[in-house]
Design a protein around this ligand. Structure first.
Ligand SMILES: *Cc1c(COP(=O)(O)O)cnc(C)c1O
Length: 396
């Protein structure tokens, strides 16, 4: 069967929750993906900021195969070595004290919300602690994570949990005005991803940090997309001299194996006790082995150095594009998490680029988002720019 037939079949049985590209991906190698017919795509999407090392990395694949042959799952009634190692590394890179491994980013956010509510409950004996979240944020699709996601249209048909207030990102006054006696947490992405590749401003984040300290409010930083080296430092908040109380991770944490984490420090690290939270699959040895090899590869492949170097190159190239094309309003983002904001919707440009063999995503309707594997080189950026410029010219 060819791609067209598979797509027809899939459309009969998939719930229609996504506007998918008419492409059936089959395999990958390095920074390239191939569809069923063997057509090659340069991947500047990385499965939504997931595949830090690209596809088919031998050390990564071998580590997983080895773990598959040993043990995949134990349940959390037992200890396993890969999970112990993974959590130790996560505490080191985040500066947190304790970690809970989840199966996705959404679940990491869900856990962070529960942790904040539990801290409040311990102090006040009631579960009505309030959480301040940001407009245009994205934290996931479960009822809790959705409740702190700042896009009203995603929440509207579903309602959500009580006690969530929204404030404008990078607007300290707005946040401060929403703090009450009941506020137990402030949650935000260090760099907003879906919301438009929008980094927190330094002064804003340090003021929020100070406010949280003063009022005993937990600062939860969602680093699911911007963490794990994407902005040039392991955690994006390292560039801000700010330490959160709770951190969420996923996406490149497993580089393709579904795994996430929430980590906390101080009193917050001990807020959840037996019976408060759990997961059948969370922290299974296979997912944990993925986390461990990911951290090893970050070191051995010198990923952070590469991100710093090529992201400077990318930034210069995009700044040139902004000069060159009136339809591009600005460049946004940090490191290898960048976007180009257009004065029009970008669907057609993305579609044309896809036909020409370049994968990108949108963020909102007018931004093209570039979140490539972290191992890309300058030559891949040049190749991307050629296709991108052709696609822009054909659509404006
Ligand atoms: C992707 C994302 C999530 C949700 O992660 P899933 O693994 O899709 O559940 C949450 N927060 C941010 C910032 C994200 O980018």
């Amino acid at each position: 069967m060819d791609s067209k037939q598979w797509i027809e079949n899939a459309d009969q049985v998939f719930m229609h929750t996504y506007g998918r590209y008419p492409v059936v991906l089959d395999h990958g190698e390095g920074v390239y993906l191939y569809d069923l017919e063997g057509k090659k795509y340069l991947d500047f999407g990385a499965g939504i900021a997931v595949f830090a090392f690209g596809y088919g990395n031998k050390k990564y694949n071998d580590a997983l195969k080895e773990q598959i042959d040993k043990l995949i799952h134990t349940s959390n009634y037992f200890y396993n070595v890969p999970a112990a190692k993974a959590c130790e590394t996560i505490t080191k890179i985040t500066g947190m004290d304790r970690v809970f491994l989840t199966n996705s980013g959404t679940e990491a956010v869900e856990g962070a919300i529960k942790l904040a509510r539990k801290m409040y409950y311990k102090k006040h004996g009631s579960a009505d602690g309030e959480i301040i979240a940001m407009n245009h944020s994205f934290h996931g699709r479960s009822m809790g994570a959705l409740s702190v996601t700042g896009t009203p249209k995603y929440r509207e048909p579903f309602g959500g949990i009580n006690g969530i207030l929204f404030a404008d990102y990078n607007n300290y006054k707005d946040i401060a005005s929403k703090v009450t006696e009941k506020t137990c947490a402030i949650i935000m992405e260090t760099v907003q991803g879906e919301g438009g590749l929008n980094p927190a401003e330094k002064e804003f984040l340090s003021k929020v940090r100070a406010l949280c300290g003063e009022k005993e409010i937990l600062l939860i930083l969602d680093e699911i997309q911007c963490g794990m080296g994407r902005t040039g430092t392991m955690m994006a908040y390292e560039q801000y001299d700010v330490m959160p109380d709770v951190v969420t991770l996923a996406k490149a944490l497993g580089c393709g194996v579904p795994v996430g984490a929430f980590a906390a420090r101080g009193e917050a690290a001990n807020a959840l006790v037996p019976g408060d939270h759990g997961s059948t699959y969370g922290g299974n040895p296979l997912a944990a082995a993925a986390v461990n090899i990911v951290f090893e590869l970050f070191k051995s492949e010198k990923v952070l150095e590469n991100v710093s170097r090529v992201s400077n190159y990318l930034t210069r190239a995009f700044d040139n594009l902004v000069q060159k094309y009136d339809c591009i309003k600005e460049r946004r983002g940090l490191g290898l998490m960048q976007g180009l904001k257009f004065d029009q919707s970008v669907g057609k440009i993305i579609q044309t680029a896809m036909e020409k063999g370049l994968i990108t995503f949108s963020a909102g309707s007018d931004i093209i988002r570039f979140v490539p594997p972290l191992i890309i080189k300058e030559q891949h950026i040049d190749e991307m720019l050629d296709i991108l410029e052709e696609s822009i010219r054909e659509n404006i």
